[in-house]
Design a protein around this ligand. Structure first.
Ligand code: URA
Length: 201
C-alpha cells in the first residue's frame, strides 16, 4: 500500500501529473512536509536531472533545487554549456524528509520504501518528457533509476542505457558542498555534467 500508484491521474501529461502529485499520500512523508515539490522544466527536454528529494528551501518554496544545492547545480550546468531551457529538473522523492532539532529541520535520507513508493511519479515524468539524457545525481536517484547494485562512486561519468535514454550518474550537488575538498568534488561533478552534455542522446 506504500505507493503513489493509486494517485496517478488518467492523463499523464505534465500538468495533470503535477496537480495529482500535489495530493499524493502514497507514503507518510506528506504528513510533515509543507507541499509536494514536483519536477519543473519544458515538457520536452533533452536532459532530465534527478536529485534525491526537496530540501528545506525547496519544501518552503515548492520548487526543486532552489537552495544551496541548486546554486551548485546552476553553476555546473552553465559551465558544462547545458542550457536551462533544455533541462527538466526533478527528484526521486517528492516530499521533504526531515527530523526537527529545535527550530532546525535536518534533512533525512529517504528510506528504500519511500523511494519505491514515489517511483511512479518519476516513471511518469520520464514517459512524459522523454529526455535523451538522464543525469542521475547521487545514490538515492541511482537506487531509484539504476537499481540497488549501482555504485555512483565506481560508475559515475559513464553513460549507461536506460530505456530509450542514456543515463549519466554523478554525485549529488549537496555532496559537493559537504566534501572536505570542495573544489575537487565540484570538478568531478562538472566533468560528469560535461559527459552528459557530450552524449548524443
Ligand atoms: N537536493 C535535492 O536532491 N533536490 C532538491 O530539489 C534540493 C536539494
Amino acid at each position: 500500500n506504500n505507493s503513489a500508484a493509486r494517485f496517478l491521474p488518467e492523463s499523464h501529461d505534465l500538468g495533470s501529473l503535477r496537480s495529482a502529485a500535489a495530493g499524493c499520500e502514497g507514503c507518510d512523508l506528506f504528513r510533515n512536509a509543507t507541499q509536494t515539490v514536483f519536477g519543473e522544466g519544458p515538457g520536452r527536454a533533452r536532459y532530465m536531472l534527478v536529485g534525491e528529494q526537496p530540501g528545506d528551501q525547496e519544501d518552503r518554496q515548492g520548487h526543486p533545487f532552489v537552495g544551496p544545492a541548486g546554486r551548485i547545480l546552476d553553476r555546473g550546468l552553465e559551465e558544462a554549456g547545458i542550457d536551462r531551457d533544455e533541462v527538466y529538473v526533478t527528484n526521486a522523492v517528492k516530499h521533504f524528509s526531515f527530523t526537527e532539532r529545535g527550530k532546525r529541520r535536518i534533512h533525512q535520507k529517504p528510506t528504500a520504501a519511500e523511494i519505491e513508493a514515489c517511483r511512479p511519479w518519476l516513471d511518469a515524468e520520464l514517459a512524459a518528457v522523454r529526455p535523451g539524457v538522464v543525469v542521475v545525481m547521487g545514490a538515492t536517484a541511482a537506487r531509484s533509476l539504476l537499481g540497488r547494485a549501482f555504485r555512483v562512486t565506481r560508475q559515475r561519468g559513464e553513460p549507461v542505457p536506460m530505456g530509450d535514454a542514456l543515463a549519466v550518474a554523478t554525485i549529488h550537488p549537496s555532496a559537493v558542498l559537504r566534501a572536505p575538498d570542495r573544489d575537487a568534488a565540484y570538478a568531478g561533478f562538472l566533468a560528469d555534467l560535461r559527459v552528459a552534455a557530450g552524449t548524443g542522446g
